[in-house]
Write a protein that binds this ligand. Structure first.
Ligand code: PEP
Ligand code: MN
Length: 288
């Protein structure tokens, strides 16, 4: 038996295990800092993003944006395009919703993160928003990821419902390989055998991804928990584990929400969570 080529073989094995390149820490040993407006993901400041699951009306968005400004949340979330499990559920306000979000940015000085679900919505979201969100259900929509690579805006890339960390990083690699390294990874819970929570928040993804990749990682405790009562503890755990940000669903009146009401915080609870997250951030040498 010959050992010629053994080194190459070993390298191939390692490469196969870690097939991403641009998003890998080997490629870029320092933490990447993704700047959007006057905020930065991956710095000592933990970035809070919050707002309703879906844009439902102008009033709902303005009320939300005013509150975010009031408590110092720099990024407003809200889906104008909603990937719903049922075709009969509210599907979103599309471009009209994007215009409302843009108006909220003008009035309240918040940045906007909102989801694109296909090529058409991507063009619109890239035009009106500050950060393009790619949802869990589209994490492996490779044609969409290629287009996101060329969209010219930072991207919040959620982990797929049943995606491994390597698959998630490969999805990020698609975006990077097509020209966009402004990627913020978002752990939002994965599907496990546990059914009490909507998903299982994989808190270990934070240190694991931070070792494998230079990209910032944020936590979405809302879609992991599925119930508002569990959102704050998971958010605190995320900050303690080293997450670079949080994205939290909050609604002026969760009971009336057209989507994800049960997991949405009311504004009083969001304000409390901000204080708690601030204390945890301080304990791990960071600020909000
Ligand atoms: C959302 O942010 O409202 C959403 C649909 O999230 P996910 O893609 O993580 O389910
Ligand atoms: Mn939602």
């Amino acid at each position: 038996m010959s050992w010629v080529g053994a080194t190459e073989t070993a390298e191939a094995v390692v490469a196969a295990r870690k097939p991403y390149k641009l998003v890998s820490r080997d490629f870029h040993p320092e933490d990447s800092v993704i700047r959007v407006g006057d905020i930065a993901f991956g710095s000592s400041k933990v970035v809070i993003m919050s707002g309703p699951c879906a844009v439902e009306s102008r009033d709902q968005v303005m009320e939300s944006a005013a509150f975010m400004q009031h408590i110092g949340v720099p990024v407003l979330r809200g889906g104008a395009y909603k990937p719903r499990t049922s075709p009969y559920s509210f599907q979103g306000m599309a471009v009209e919703g994007l215009k409302i979000l843009a108006e909220a940015r003008e009035r309240y000085g918040v940045l906007i993160v909102t989801e694109a679900v296909d090529h058409e919505s991507l063009a619109n979201v890239a035009e009106w928003a500050d950060i393009v969100q790619i949802g869990a259900r589209n994490m492996q929509n490779f044609e969409l990821l290629k287009a996101v690579g060329q969209c010219g805006k930072p991207v919040l890339l959620k982990r797929g419902l049943a995606a491994t960390i390597d698959e998630w990083l490969m999805a990020a690699e698609y975006v990077a390989a097509h020209g966009n390294l402004n990627i913020i990874l978002c752990e939002r819970g994965i599907r496990t055998y546990e059914t009490k929570t909507r998903n299982t928040l994989d808190i270990s993804a934070v240190p694991v991804v931070k070792q494998l990749s230079h990209l910032p990682v944020v936590i979405d405790p809302s879609h992991a928990a599925g119930q508002w009562q569990w959102v704050a503890p998971l958010a605190r755990a995320g900050v303690a584990a080293g997450a670079d940000g949080l994205i939290i669903e909050a609604h002026p009146n969760p009971a009336e929400a057209l989507s994800d009401g049960p997991q949405s915080l009311n504004f009083r609870h969001l304000e409390e969570l901000m204080k708690e997250a601030g204390q945890i951030a301080q304990a791990v040498g960071r600020t909000l």
